[in-house]
Design a protein around this ligand. Structure first.
Ligand code: 13P
Ligand code: SF4
Length: 367
């Protein structure tokens, strides 16, 4: 099959309905050759084409089990990388728009994590591998997963973070957690680790902005990273809503700020949020702290049971990068595939993929 450099421009001007028709036609032609894996944050006009949907963990597993020649990932870059790493060598992972990244994943990079590791070695007087398990949230580039693979570390997602941290502390007494400080802090708190034992490592400052004593006594070092979508949710939003709806239930994603998670009735991954609200009693009212596409779709789905689902923030919080996967890009990708031309392949270099797979396989085995 030809690897194509094909211009997207003529698809950019496609009307939505035409793009939808062309998606359907290309899919009919491709049949089982292509599988569409779609994350829960995906916009409705793309979500409707999903073969399979899920949170990051479920989609990683589905990618590893798929037999399709093309895994078309409607999500963000790190998810398509995981699909490439976990699928068979002959399978091809595709991201319909290469600009669909994750701003949180970009908050850590290999140079900064290696510098952190060197500075830890200086302070500890030995390789940090003896004391720290490096844990990367799946929202990170493949070379960071490879770093964890090489240093006896592991990957986690929002749905298995607790299990993964239990495993990590069973290996060594401390954890370096990147890039999402909020998921790390919330999970540590759930395990009974005191907030004072979790220090924020600021990668833009020498020694993370910490004193040698703080580094030596910390149980967890939390990378100073966050999700720009989830940081919009505030405890005040919950308070205002609870005042109006004292019987209402609040559910949040653990990427939200610590106080938001603490004041929520339930905290969990996108898949967990969907399952919990769908399993809720008829007539219940929910405030949901995660991305707007998911919340709007959920509100529609449970309306018939008399459930009311409301969005936590008064401002629009969408994952703007995931939003880039639109019907035009999907039509362009699938039509090219149906014509035997591969566009937007995500291919992790072999040397990185081998080490990254180690840390991903550890995660899949543990969770
Ligand atoms: P989930 O694994 O819960 O789907 O979360 C992924 C993500 O990026 C949330 O912002
Ligand atoms: Fe990344 Fe936040 Fe988008 Fe999730 S919602 S993919 S963490 S930018």
């Amino acid at each position: 099959m030809e690897v194509a450099q094909i211009n997207f421009d003529r698809f950019n001007v496609l009307r939505d309905e035409e793009a939808q028709e062309r998606i359907r036609a290309a899919r009919a032609k491709l049949g089982k050759q292509a599988v569409l894996l779609v994350h829960h944050y995906q916009r409705a006009d793309v979500y409707q084409h999903a073969d399979l949907t899920g949170d990051s963990l479920k989609l990683a597993r589905l990618a590893s089990e798929s037999e399709a020649e093309f895994i078309v990932f409607c999500g963000v870059h790190f998810m398509a990388e995981v699909a490439d790493i976990l699928s068979k060598p002959e399978q091809i992972a595709i991201l319909p728009d290469l600009a669909a990244g994750c701003s949180m994943a970009d908050m850590a990079n290999l140079a900064k994590v290696e510098r952190c590791w060197r500075e830890l070695a200086e302070v500890l007087g030995e390789a940090p591998d003896a004391q720290f398990t490096p844990v990367t949230y799946i929202n990170s580039a493949a070379d960071l997963k490879a770093f964890c693979g090489e240093h006896g570390g592991i990957v986690c997602t929002s749905s298995n973070a607790r299990t993964i941290l239990d495993w990590s502390f069973a290996q060594r007494p401390k954890v370096l957690f990147f890039p999402d400080q909020h998921l790390g802090r919330w999970t540590g708190h759930q395990m009974g680790i005191a907030l004072e034992e979790m220090c924020v490592w600021d990668p833009d400052l020498e020694y993370g902005g910490l004193t040698p004593e703080q580094i030596r006594s910390a149980k967890m070092l939390l990378w100073k990273g966050h999700c720009s979508v989830h940081q919009m949710f505030q405890p005040a939003h919950i308070l205002r809503w609870r005042n109006k709806h004292p019987d209402g239930l609040v559910i949040s994603h653990p990427e939200g700020p610590f106080e938001v998670c603490r004041q929520s009735d339930y905290v969990g991954s996108t898949e967990y949020i969907l399952k919990t609200v769908k399993a809720g009693a008829p007539g219940t009212r929910w405030l949901v702290g995660t991305e707007l596409n998911l919340v709007s779709r959920l509100a529609e789905e449970v309306k018939a049971e008399g459930k009311i689902v409301e969005f936590m923030s008064p401002t629009v919080c969408m994952c703007s990068t995931m939003q880039r996967i639109d019907p035009q890009h999907l039509a362009w990708t699938l039509e090219n595939l149906a014509e035997g031309k591969i566009v937007n392949r995500i291919s992790v270099p072999e040397h990185e993929a081998v080490q990254a797979k180690l840390s991903l396989d550890r995660m899949l085995a543990v969770s």
